[in-house]
Design a binder for this molecule. Structure first.
Ligand SMILES: [Zn+2]
Ligand SMILES: [Zn+2]
Length: 286
């Protein structure tokens, strides 16, 4: 029988499959394909987020196989998986037995599959950690309740800060409670709570009070529960307020200052937000 040269490798073969030799065909049609390389992994217990659920396994190779089935395709039977896990991801040697074409006899081929870990916290670890929340950001407003726009803005600020901090090990938010009066944001670290409180403070007219409460003693040292209370000022221009220093009309308000006019003297004054709170304002007319 006359032999034909393979146009890709030049080898003389009995027949070509779709214009190439068997070996070239096998090489160009891998039995394993993976479209997505990123996988969410719990930084505490190693669970992977697969098919909408957090899954744990003593053998992470099993998780890789599930990921391969979900985010890729396997044309054949997986015979062996060897996984090498590192901080940034995993590299697996996956041996598959199969054939890319009906004219080619099934064979075992090893492929290298790499996945990249994106770290997160699974629901069960989150629950465990939330029981040892150490710091609270309390957001309240005065004299009016927060409107929807301001609430959205606050959640946005928090989200953006978390995003900015995501690669730094500063703890995380364990719970956000939306209350009628504002927000309670529980975090696992006082630094994170302070950071979030000041982020909100810098973008809204507000005042911060820090309080530390001894929550227990560990290794001879006191453990504090920190609370960062952010009071957002919701006065508007046109509000009439009564203060220790007389009645005043609010002219304008921004993140740092409030401009008021004394009703009796007609004089204008600029006060910082904490100066305003120090003169005990009461809203008497809108
Ligand atoms: Zn060839
Ligand atoms: Zn976990």
């Amino acid at each position: 029988m006359a032999k034909t040269p393979c146009p890709y490798c030049g080898r003389l073969v009995d027949r070509l499959i779709e214009g190439m030799c068997e070996d070239c065909y096998v090489e160009r049609h891998p039995l394993v394909a993976l479209k997505e390389r990123k996988v969410l992994r719990c930084k505490y217990c190693g669970a992977w987020f697969l098919r909408g659920k957090w899954m744990k396994s003593k053998n992470p190779a099993e998780l890789l196989v599930k990921f391969l089935m979900e985010k890729g395709s396997v044309n054949g039977v997986i015979e062996k998986v060897e996984l090498d896990e590192r901080e940034e991801g995993a590299v697996a040697q996956v041996t598959v037995r199969g054939s890319p074409h009906q004219l080619i006899a099934p064979r075992s081929i090893a492929y290298e599959v790499a996945v990249e870990y994106i770290y997160d916290v699974c629901t069960s670890c989150r629950e465990l950690l939330s029981r040892r929340e150490v710091a609270l950001v309390q957001i309240r407003s005065t004299p009016r309740a927060l409107d929807d726009l301001t609430k959205k803005k606050i959640l946005n600020i928090i989200e953006q800060e978390i995003f900015k901090l995501k690669d730094k090990k500063v703890g995380f938010i364990s719970n956000v409670k939306q209350l009628k009066s504002g927000f309670d944001i529980y975090t696992t670290s006082a630094n994170l709570a302070r950071h979030l409180a000041y982020a909100v403070h810098s973008q809204l007219p507000s005042h911060i009070i820090e309080t530390a409460k001894v929550a227990g003693i560990k290794d001879g040292r006191k453990i504090y529960h920190m609370t960062y209370s952010v009071r957002v000022i919701t006065y508007k221009s046109g509000d009439l307020i009564k203060t220790k220093e007389g009645e005043m009309m609010v002219i304008s308000i921004n993140n740092k200052f409030i401009n008021v006019q004394d009703i009796n003297s007609k004089k204008y004054k600029q006060l910082t937000i904490s100066e305003l709170l120090n003169i005990n304002p009461i809203l008497i007319e809108e």
